[in-house]
Design a protein around this ligand. Structure first.
Ligand code: PLP
Length: 402
């Protein structure tokens, strides 16, 4: 199994620290641990590969741990947040409000009021939201800053979680944007830009290139009616990471090279407009692992089960999100036996009383004993915060950054 971590004496090292030492530091298993140096390496490769004037935002929902948000605040150009809670995390990390964009189809009155008061950019997703924001601005004596989230009129080829090209609760249909822009000019708000989010977890560079091009064309068309170019356009991200056997990393160079082709045209047509990409899992997903311990080893009808103290209550995505139709294994290691040959076929399961609590089915692993450490790779995004930690009332996992 290929992974970005060093190993020593058959034991995984995270951030240069022996995993057994990290277990002692956490005080218990299970836990998540995130490696800062891998996050930094990822940012470096993005900065080196994409055109220098492209801005990078972090989508906090991928991993809202405050230490991660704080780490990224000084290294990226802004944050995309999807709730008032995430907005507070971004503000607490020292980010200036005009660098924070709040999106979401169901922003509540309270949430919008807090966002207007904070001065963040509110990505309105309907005329209702726009009018509410205007009213809150008048009430608070603040001119709110808004962007329009556009539901794109194109659908992207293949792969990942697709959005756009159909009916959606997210954003405003591209065809309705001109009317909303006319409405907007009559409101006491400042217009800042457009936000196009077309999909997620895409590993196929030509698809991303096509989505970027089409998003850029859409935005240029919509901006034609404006008196001045918008302050920014956010073209989404969609950069995926490989989770399953047979998946390959994204060819970032292909995406960067294509940007160098289409960006100059956009910059000519919209002089001064900042181009933003928002990334979640691509920044943090590969930098994190989930660590649990084998608490039992048993054989049932000829099949070996490694029972761990972890499970879907901490890591729903690795379990297959409560019964995905086609469940696939996240990459799993016996992290203290990395030099042993994979000589055993076994099922790694969690500690919950449900057959859905599976970490790896039919994995080929070194023969593991009670007390061994199971590591789930690619776990830095959509881990703890995207899991039902209350389910079965076990303690939540520890989280740490090294
Ligand atoms: C979740 C989300 C992202 C981040 O998606 P990743 O696949 O983690 O990169 C970006 N933009 C918006 C609007 C989102 O909702």
């Amino acid at each position: 199994m290929k992974h970005p971590f060093r190993t020593q004496g058959g034991v995984l090292q995270i951030g240069g620290v022996d995993l057994r030492r990290l277990v002692a530091r956490a005080g218990r298993t299970p836990f998540y641990v995130y490696d800062r140096s891998l996050i930094d390496a990822r940012i470096r490769s993005l900065r080196e590969t994409l055109p220098p004037d492209v801005e990078l935002h972090y989508s906090i929902k991928a991993n809202p741990m405050p230490a991660i948000v704080h780490h990224l605040a000084s290294r990226l150009d802004g944050f995309d947040v999807a709730s008032a809670g995430e907005m507070m995390l971004a503000l607490d990390a020292g980010t200036s409000p005009e660098r924070i964009g709040l999106a979401g189809p169901g922003k509540s009155h309270d949430e919008l009021r807090r966002a207007v008061a904070a001065g963040v950019v509110i990505h309105v997703e309907s005329a209702t939201q726009l009018h509410l924001v205007t009213a809150l601005g008048l009430e608070l004596g603040i001119r709110p800053c808004v962007a329009i989230r556009v539901n794109p009129d194109f659908k992207i080829g293949k792969g990942g979680m697709r959005m756009g090209g159909g009916a959606a609760p997210f954003g405003v249909d591209a065809s309705q944007v001109p009317a909303l822009l006319r409405d907007l000019t009559r409101q006491e708000v400042a217009f800042a830009g457009f936000h196009v989010f077309w999909g997620s977890q895409c590993l196929h560079a030509p698809t991303i290139v096509q989505a970027h091009r089409q998003s850029a064309e859409l935005v240029m068309r919509l901006a034609d009616s404006l008196e001045a170019p918008p302050a920014f356009i956010n073209l989404g991200g969609g950069f995926g990471i490989p989770y399953f056997a047979g998946e390959n990393p994204l060819d970032l160079h292909a995406v960067g090279d294509a940007m160098c082709d289409w960006l100059p045209d956009l910059q000519r047509r919209l002089p001064g407009t900042r181009v933003v990409l928002e990334l979640g899992r691509y920044l943090v997903g590969e930098a994190g692992v989930y660590v649990c311990r084998v608490v039992d080893r048993k054989v049932s009808r000829g099949e070996t089960f490694l029972v761990t103290d972890g499970g879907l209550h901490h890591h729903l995505a690795a379990s297959g999100n409560f019964g995905q139709v086609l469940r696939r294994n996240y990459p799993v290691l016996i992290a203290n036996r990395l030099d042993d040959p994979a000589q055993e076929r076994c099922h790694v399961v969690g500690c919950l009383c449900t057959p859905l609590d599976r970490i790896a089915d039919g994995a080929h692993l070194p023969a593991a004993s009670i007390g061994d450490l199971v590591v789930v790779l690619q776990s830095g995004a959509y881990g703890r915060s995207a899991s039902p930690t209350d389910f079965l009332t076990h303690p939540p996992p520890v989280e740490m950054v090294v």
